[in-house]
Design a protein around this ligand. Structure first.
Ligand code: NAD
Ligand code: TYD
Length: 373
């Protein structure tokens, strides 16, 4: 088959990456999609079971830090587009082990950039038609103030807003956690490769994602699983921190649009104008799990357990995504309550997935699948 494009997606076995890979493989049968993933604890090929046999899909187990390997892959598959999601992504882990975050997020991104530069510069058409799209986070901007602790109505949002400021594309970087510092550093390297060598880059900074296939160390899947098992729900501090939530499939749709239509060297913020206090989300998740499980209202509220706050816990994130909405016509497809209902339903219907992940069995999946190949 002669494919019209050959796109390398890194971190495609993770949470967001698996949604992006699925979208591209199904929507673009004329593209060859190569999923490069190291399969760390966060990578799970069961996330992609439904597409693993598709002819336009190839999985490669590799580390983005392995520069020679990445160079060979780009050449072998004639890669003309890269969508880079591979990263260490959990703030609590970054507080315990910052080195792993610097290695993968900073050096791994540099390795990919250098490999793309070398390969594309070796071609007669060089950077023509090429794209290096780096997926980043709103956490690089730091933390916003909670000027309205009770929240106020706003015409920007279907929900309340908790402050007057928003992260905009021009907001200066001010990361606080080792995770956000490593992502900020990788963003700077990506932009430096454009400014120095002309590499055709795109960067997007997205707010917190939620939805199916998220590793249960992050707030929403962790709490759904704990409620199901009647385990305590550890709320950091007073539960007053605010996050801005986006359904993962809406993020994947934005990535598709920006990869194809985004302006080279530009930055787009992605978010759904959907700020929620942690404690309000937690109560919404409890109500939804109880209702869908047939428990009486309020049944699991007693699981809420206030614990010591996260070190350096950012108070509020809120993204202004109006540039993306205005310039490329993207908008989120789901209201938060609908998205949470869909998400909770998915985790309750896919308890085997959750049990495999929490027991570690999913890591045997790759060995089984590739045995003898
Ligand atoms: P995730 O932790 O679920 O998945 C990360 C994937 O990267 C895993 O499959 C893992 O195996 C792979 N990986 C890790 N180190 C690797 C390495 N050295 N080489 C190759 N593969 C490696 O993460 P996620 O939540 O899906 O996030 C994906 C990207 O989106 C990250 O870059 C993250 O910073 C960004 N992001 C995430 C969110 C969010 O709310 N989850 C929001 C905004 C941006
Ligand atoms: P998380 O899902 O780790 O995402 P991030 O830190 O990237 O925003 O956490 C979301 C919010 O929930 C954050 O304010 C920390 C809080 N939180 C808890 O209160 N308890 C928990 O057990 C976890 C994992 C998070």
């Amino acid at each position: 088959m002669n494919y019209t494009r050959s796109i390398l997606i890194t971190g495609g076995a993770g949470f967001i990456g698996s949604h992006v890979v699925r979208l591209f493989v199904n929507k673009y049968p004329g593209y060859h999609i190569i999923n490069l993933d190291k399969l760390t604890y966060a990578g799970n090929l069961a996330n992609l079971k439904d597409i693993e046999g598709k002819p336009n899909y190839t999985f490669v187990k590799a580390d983005i830090c392995d520069f020679e390997r990445v160079c060979r892959l780009l050449e072998e598959h004639h890669v003309d587009g890269i969508i880079h999601l591979a990263a260490e992504s959990h703030v609590d882990r970054s507080i315990k082990d910052p080195f792993t975050f610097a290695r993968t997020n900073v050096l791994g991104t540099l390795s990919l950039l250098q490999a793309a530069k070398s390969y594309w510069e070796s071609l007669p058409e060089a950077y023509e038609g090429k794209r290096f799209y780096h997926i980043s986070t709103d956490e690089v901007y730091g933390a916003l103030e909670l000027t309205h602790p009770e929240g106020v109505d706003s015409n920007l949002s279907a929900h309340k807003v908790y402050g007057d400021e928003f992260f905009r594309e021009e907001t200066p970087y001010n990361p606080h956690s080792p995770y956000s510092a490593s992502k900020a550093s990788s963003d700077h390297f990506v932009r430096a490769f454009h400014d120095t060598y002309g590499l055709p880059v795109l960067v997007t900074n997205c707010s917190n994602n939620y939805g199916p296939y998220q590793f249960p160390e992050k707030l929403i899947p962790l709490f759904i699983n704990n409620i199901r098992q009647r385990k305590p729900l550890p709320v950091y501090g007073k539960g007053e921190n605010v996050r801005d939530w986006l359904f993962v499939e809406d993020h994947a749709r934005a990535i598709d649009l920006i990869f194809h239509k985004g302006k080279i060297a530009d930055t787009y913020n992605i978010g759904g104008f959907n700020e929620w206090k942690n404690i309000d989300i937690i109560k919404l998740v409890i109500r939804t799990v109880d209702r869908l499980s047939g428990n009486p209202e309020g049944y699991s509220m007693d699981l809420i357990t206030y614990v010591t706050d996260r070190k350096g816990h950012d108070m509020r994130y809120a993204i202004d995504s109006s540039k993306l909405q205005r310039e490329l016509g993207w908008s989120p497809s789901l209201q938060f309550e609908e998205g949470i209902e869909k998400t909770v339903r998915w985790y309750l219907d896919n308890q085997e997935w959750m049990d495999n992940v929490t027991s570690g069995d999913y890591q045997k999946y790759y060995e089984e699948m590739y045995k003898g190949r």
